[in-house]
Structures are given as structure tokens and as C-alpha cells.
Design a protein around this ligand. Structure first.
Ligand SMILES: Cc1ncc(COP(=O)(O)O)c(C=O)c1O
Length: 366
């Protein structure tokens, strides 16, 4: 089905070339070549300004449009919500905000509280701030270090880059925030050693770092369930079970960054659910509303939430933080429809089936 409506976009291309600063790209070539402008999308296909059709195999370029393009029911839900009540600071609640929080935590046994933000980086920063505040509340400020893994990415802000395991992204942007410590990657293909149980060995390297730093200084470990942008690194067998054990052993909070893997990308609602582990914080963004509206969430447990309301008479004893656009209602309104589409169309099963088909086809090329 042709979805592209022919238009003269010369003026748009000129405006883009004259005024836009695109993300993550070197601009010199645009002095002689037109920048690519995406104009329309339907299902898994997108059309650029020249009318060229593309198969969007990476969900909007960065793993975002989980339910595909042209979903009118999401657009309608957002429109209706914007007319009724577009925004109010999230110190108050909203109808879609409460409803989506309930739907979401229903998919995440053990997790009960949702904190809305507007980007994956920001969701991660919220978790980092909570971890630091817990260190102050419970451990006199000492247990404040946050461990992150080589090759993982957690965002573009300076604090999340301080937890960034990709050297090529971080170079020239330092100095970074103190209190973030790297642990080794778990990529078996580039295994640091030959061993029978590489997964456990790789997890044990985290323990080595904890012991080197001093367990009483380490507050949290932040990991992607499957490293995404850093190379799509599937954790080896035995890795996650051992990671969980290590966190328990040293009283270290486990923060899982589901910004890419969350909301169905790996065939379960969340990537961590493949491994039977129990996180303390889960952050998500991209696929939460498939890019139809900006929304990100920091989700945690009742146990963590309780810590921030334990002494109401202490003026410092709550999470003293706000995200202005965390009060936008378009995000949760879109996220509700997004989740319903995934359920009604059984997209989790489809993801698993398509993943198996793709790997079979790739293996056939060997
Ligand atoms: C794993 C992971 N975490 C966090 C982020 C940052 O999200 P955002 O770009 O919405 O700030 C990204 C973005 O690519 C990501 O891949």
C-alpha cells in the first residue's frame, strides 16, 4: 500500500539545512547532500522526502516505535486527552497517569511505584538520585557509589555519561561526576578468558570490583538486561543469577535500565523477566508509548518508596525532585493504548517468533 503523499518539500529541506542541528551526526556532508527528512510511516515502513520507501528495521532508528507507524487509536487517545487536560505538574495526579501506572506495575510483579519523567536519561538520573539519597538516609552518605558496566549506555546527560561504558561516546565530554565505577563487560564472543562457565565468571568480575572499592561504599549496580547500543550483548548463561546473588550478598541495589529492552522488545514485557531476577529500580522510555508521545518511567518497589516517607516531620525526608514534563498527560494516554495494542495483537509472542525466524535465517548464512 502506497502511503506517501507527493509534496514539494524543497522549502522544508532548505529550512532544515539552514537551521537544524541533527542528533548524532556529522554535518559537513549536508553542505552538498540533502539531509534525510522522514515524512510518513505505516506499519513497519517509512518514506523520506524524496518518496523513497524504507523498511524501518530499527523502530524509528533507535528502538522506539514498538507498535509501528500509523496507529490512529494512539493518536486519538492523545488528542482526546490533550483537549480534556493536557498538563498539570505531577505533584498532582492525572487520570491516564494513574491508570497507566496500574497497568504497568501489573506487568512487573514486585514493583509498585512509577515516577514519570520525559527521557530515558532522566529516568536513570532519578534512580541515581534516589540511590544517593538512600545512602545518606541509611549509611551516613558512605554507600553512594554506583557501578555500571563497560559497553552499557544510560543516557546523554553528564550524570548518565558518568555511568557510560562506551568510551567513544564519552571522549571530550569530561570531566564526569564522581562516584561512578566501571565493571567489566560480559561479552562471551570477546571473552576475557577461556572458562567453562563464562557467565558466572563474568559476574564474579563485578564482585572483584565491589571488594576492591569496599562493599560499604557501593550503593547500586546499574545494568542493561541486554546491552543494546554497546553491541547487542546477550548475557551468557548463569550471569544474571550470579549478579543477583552478589547484590544480595553486599546489600547493593539493582537498577535495571530497560530503556531499549522494555515494553516487549525481547518477547517479555521487560528484558529482566527472562532471567527471574528481582530489581529494585527499573527505568524505561523509548517503547513505552512507541514515540507517539514523550514518556519515560522510573519504577521501583514499595520498600524503596516507604523509605522516602518514613518520617513526615523531617522536611528533608522525601524525594525532592520534579520533572516538568513528567506532568504531560499525552505520554501515559499514549502508553495505555500502546500496551493494549501489544496485548490484543499478541506482539510479545510475535517478537519471540520473529526473533527465532531471524536467527534461523542468519545461521543458514554461516
Ligand atoms: C539503554 C539506554 N538507556 C538510556 C538511554 C537514554 O535515553 P534518552 O535518549 O531517552 O535519554 C538510551 C538511549 O539510547 C539507551 O539505549
Amino acid at each position: 500500500m502506497a502511503a506517501y503523499a507527493q509534496n514539494d518539500l524543497t522549502a522544508v529541506i532548505e529550512a532544515d539545512r539552514a537551521h537544524l542541528w541533527h542528533h548524532l551526526i556529522q554535518h559537513k556532508p549536508f553542505e552538498t547532500v540533502d539531509p534525510r527528512i522522514m515524512v510518513e510511516g505505516r506499519g513497519m515502513r517509512v518514506w523520506d522526502a524524496t518518496g523513497k520507501e524504507h523498511l524501518d528495521a530499527v523502530s524509528g532508528g533507535v528502538w522506539t516505535v514498538n507498535v509501528g507507524y500509523g496507529r490512529e487509536r494512539i493518536a486519538n487517545a492523545v488528542r482526546d486527552q490533550l483537549i480534556q487536560m493536557p498538563y498539570f505538574a505531577n505533584s498532582a495526579g492525572s487520570i491516564p497517569g494513574a491508570n497507566f501506572a496500574e497497568m504497568l506495575t501489573d506487568k512487573m510483579p514486585g514493583m509498585t511505584r512509577v515516577y514519570y519523567t520525559n527521557s530515558g536519561s532522566e529516568a536513570n538520573e532519578k534512580a541515581f538520585k534516589m540511590i544517593r539519597q538512600i545512602a545518606h538516609k541509611k549509611y551516613g552518605g558512605k554507600k553512594n557509589k554506583i557501578l555500571y558496566r563497560e559497553r552499557d549506555y544510560h543516557g546523554s546527560t553528564l550524570a548518565t555519561m558518568s555511568a557510560g561504558g562506551q568510551l567513544e561516546r564519552n571522549m571530550q565530554y569530561g570531566p564526569f561526576a564522581p562516584g561512578f565505577v566501571e565493571v567489566p563487560h560480559c561479552l562471551e564472543y570477546r571473552a576475557q578468558i577461556e572458562t567453562e562457565n563464562y557467565g558466572e565468571w563474568a559476574a564474579d568480575q563485578i564482585e572483584e570490583v565491589i571488594l576492591r572499592e569496599g562493599p560499604d561504599t557501593v550503593g547500586a549496580l546499574c545494568l542493561e538486561p541486554v546491552t543494546a547500543g554497546g553491541g547487542v550483548i546477550t548475557p551468557p548463561d548463569g550471569y544474571w543469577a550470579r549478579v543477583q546473588e552478589i547484590c544480595k550478598k553486599y546489600d547493593i541495589l539493582l537498577h535495571i535500565d530497560e530503556v531499549v529492552c522494555g515494553v516487549g522488545r525481547t518477547g517479555t514485557w521487560f528484558g529482566y523477566q527472562h532471567f527471574g531476577i528481582k530489581p529494585d529500580f527499573v527505568t524505561m522510555a523509548k517503547g513505552v508509548a512507541s514515540g507517539y508521545a514523550a514518556i519515560a518511567c522510573m519504577v521501583t518497589t514499595e520498600e524503596i518508596f516507604e523509605m522516602f516517607k518514613s518520617d513526615a516531620s523531617d522536611p528533608m525526608n522525601y524525594f525532592r525532585d520534579i520533572s516538568t514534563f513528567g506532568g504531560c498527560t499525552a505520554g501515559p494516554a499514549a502508553a495505555i493504548e500502546n500496551m493494549k495494542i501489544i496485548e490484543e495483537e499478541e506482539l510479545l509472542d510475535n517478537t519471540t517468533a520473529m526473533g527465532a525466524r531471524m536467527i534461523d535465517n542468519l545461521l543458514a548464512l554461516q
